[in-house]
Design a protein around this ligand. Structure first.
Ligand code: ZN
Length: 181
């Protein structure tokens, strides 16, 4: 099983390198293992047995591999659909001025200590990436929670952690244009 490194490891502060398309077998195996890890982490029985924290997204540097690969897996709110994505070289090509944040704050499999505070992010982003599962380039337009998750994961590829975005002063104001997710 993959081993997650935490934020005491300087590797998480490095910038990951783009991957060549098509991916090597090793890179494909890694992406699949990342998705499997997320699925397992959401299986209560399995997670309890293996002492896993539940996660919805994972970036390759979190398992010590400095390559631009991310995985997302979670049930979509208010629907029976599941978001399941394994992406190489994801990049944000457009983002809204409108912002949002998760009311309970963000969490991270690599951050054992909770850092309370609002993480403001663009509410809507357009992301271009190589879809590892379907083996093609894709463009995604994501809003709200979906936009937050992918921004959190892309941050990992640039050595950024969610708490870097927390501004204690800004958390005090209540801006009505900001969407609470
Ligand atoms: Zn994270």
């Amino acid at each position: 099983m993959l081993k997650i490194i935490n934020d005491s490891n300087p590797r998480l502060r490095e910038r990951s390198l783009p991957v060549n398309i098509p991916l090597t077998t090793e890179e494909q195996t890694l992406a699949k293992a990342m998705l499997d890890y997320l699925k397992h982490s959401q299986d209560e029985e399995y997670a309890a047995k293996h002492n896993l924290q539940s996660g919805v997204g994972l970036a390759a540097p979190q398992v010590g591999v400095l390559k631009r690969i991310i995985a997302l897996y979670y049930p979509k709110a208010d629907s029976d659909q599941v978001v399941e994505l394994a992406l190489a070289n994801p990049r944000i090509v457009a983002s809204s001025l409108r912002e949002c944040y998760i009311s309970g704050g963000e969490g991270c499999l690599s951050v054992p200590v909770v850092h309370p505070g609002r993480v403001y992010r663009p509410w809507k982003v357009t992301v271009e990436a190589y879809d590892i599962i379907n083996k093609k380039n894709i463009k995604l337009v994501l809003r709200g929670y979906d936009a937050i998750v992918i921004q959190h994961e892309i941050d990992h590829l640039n050595g950024v952690l969610y708490y870097d975005h927390i501004d204690p002063e800004r958390a005090l104001e209540d801006d009505p244009s900001v969407v609470v997710v």
